[in-house]
Design a protein around this ligand. Structure first.
Ligand SMILES: [Zn+2]
Length: 141
């Protein structure tokens, strides 16, 4: 059995998306587990990116304070089409948002539990969103 704090998986788009999970510094290729039986247990604790431990968490594992204050948890992180950094309008931290959000993005189609439209930053893994929400407007090339 392996134990570690579950982190976001690294993704790489090739012919299909390849997911890699870091457990104690060792990369585990999650695609190799497709069709195999694995068990993941949650200890009941969430560790926010600020280091705070909690049994409560908000959107993607942030503590209450970071959920409301961190630019990493702003609405444009989860809905890039709502970003206003290209207009010079701050959401939480304009300089950070300009650096992070005003970057090449990719729009893609995925077939997982159904057909979905996704958008991802070129420097980040693949995020998915429902096709009904998928109307990105801040894509640069
Ligand atoms: Zn926090």
């Amino acid at each position: 059995m392996l134990r570690d704090t579950l982190k976001r998986m690294h993704t790489e788009l090739n012919d299909v998306v390849h997911y890699t999970l870091d457990i104690h510094g060792a990369d585990h290729k999650m695609n190799d587990y497709i069709g195999k039986k694995i068990k993941i247990e949650w200890s009941g604790v969430v560790i926010c990116q600020c280091g705070k431990k909690s049994d409560k968490f908000y959107r993607s594992g942030y503590c209450y304070k970071c959920f409301w204050e961190s630019p990493l948890a702003s609405q444009s992180i989860f809905k890039p089409e709502l970003c206003t950094a290209h207009l010079g309008i701050e959401e939480r931290d304009l300089e950070w948002e300009k650096e992070f959000q005003l970057a090449p993005h990719y729009v893609y189609l995925a077939n997982s539990s159904g057909i979905k439209v996704g958008i991802t930053r070129g420097s980040q893994g693949v995020d998915k969103m429902d096709g009904s929400r998928g109307k990105p407007s801040n894509i640069t090339s």
